[in-house]
Design a protein around this ligand. Structure first.
Ligand code: ATP
Length: 325
């Protein structure tokens, strides 16, 4: 029979993402509506090991749905990657009466959650990362806000790029994943979109040829979106300027992509995922990852979720090349 959960703990871990607060709010209020107690664990697994744990009530999550970042703070913990750290973490959960746990973060955080699940703490993971790089789900909390922030920043750079008839290399976030690059590149009509997943497809000589050809037919700007995973944007700008003779500037958008008030999508989906996590714990489930697959909220075994693979959407990628003529 499924274990009846009394107290649900909640933590955010890894990189922060807009919409995490909506998820926290949904976990807290759904759990309380279901008759559970809730404890907030500050600063991820690091805070768990430090016993930085507070009681949470309905009003603890008032006025946060519109705020970026995470009210519980986030951190990375090397100690929690060790067996001793994980044993201690499970022990601390038990000491505080936490028999169910919601972990909001990326796949590293899910591995941490899995370790606690193996030690008898019912654990549900919620995908929270701006990078969209969690393979079992089509959506992660924060991606929509981040990609809209990137799009607005690129639009602004494009205005000045056109006025000065420059080439612009614009670096967006995504160390291992090019989703922000692909989406923001399509949304801004970028001429080139470079990302680690399609590294084999990057031909700088061809980019230079295209810039020269398009300048001859009257194009006023040329935008290259470069994912963080490729990087070296300043060096690339120098090389392109030298080869084309056209002024070329690099802009790294950086951390503004992590912050800001979450979009409606991140608030609604963040709420739905948080609420589903609390419902799953109420039903005695453990070791699950909440996901949005083909438009439906669902959940997978953590092991299964971590073994899945997803790639950049090939149709979108091929389309982007044809649209950027
Ligand atoms: P993001 O990719 O958005 O930064 P993430 O959750 O993948 O998020 P990580 O830094 O990989 O970020 O992981 C966050 C924390 O989760 C780590 O600091 C560590 O405490 C814990 N963690 C990561 N990997 C493991 C693991 N294999 N076993 C146990 N705990 C882990």
């Amino acid at each position: 029979m499924a274990k009846k959960i009394q107290t649900i703990g909640i933590l955010t871990s890894g990189g922060d993402a807009p919409g995490m607060n909506a998820a926290i709010r949904a976990v807290v209020r759904t759990a309380i509506a279901n008759g559970k107690k809730v404890k907030g664990i500050k600063r991820g697994f690091d805070g768990l090991l430090d016993e930085d744990i507070v009681d949470m009530y309905d009003y603890s999550v008032s006025d946060i749905i519109q705020r970026g970042g995470t009210i519980l703070y986030t951190a990375r913990s090397e100690e929690f990657k060790t067996k001793e750290g994980q044993d201690k973490g499970a022990e601390i959960c038990r000491k505080h009466g936490i028999d169910g746990l919601v972990v909001i973060g990326g796949d590293g955080s899910f591995r941490g959650g899995q370790q606690l699940a193996r030690r008898g703490i019912n654990t549900i993971c919620v995908p929270g990362t701006i990078d969209l790089d969690i393979d079992c789900t089509d959506y992660t909390i924060g991606f929509d806000t981040a990609v809209n922030t990137a799009m607005e920043a690129i639009d602004k750079v494009r205005d000045t790029s056109t006025s000065h008839e420059r080439v612009s290399i614009i670096e967006v976030m995504g160390r291992n994943a090019g989703f922000i690059a692909l989406w923001s590149g399509i949304a801004t009509g970028a001429e080139d979109i470079l990302m680690a997943e399609r590294k084999y497809d990057i031909d700088e000589e061809q980019i230079v040829e295209e810039i020269i050809k398009k300048r001859k037919i009257g194009k006023k700007h040329h935008i290259v979106i470069n994912a963080e995973g490729i990087g070296h944007s300043y060096e690339m700008a120098e090389r392109i300027e030298a080869a084309t003779g056209i002024e070329t500037r690099a802009t790294i958008i950086g951390h503004i992509q992590r912050g800001g008030s979450p979009t409606c999508t991140d608030r609604v989906r963040g709420s739905a995922m948080g609420a589903l996590a609390a419902e799953l714990l109420t039903n005695g489930e453990t070791n699950r990852v909440v996901a949005l697959t083909k438009g439906e909220y669902t959940h997978y075994d953590i092991e299964e979720a971590l073994s899945m693979e997803k790639d950049i959407d090939q149709f979108l990628y091929e389309m982007s090349k044809k649209l950027s003529r």
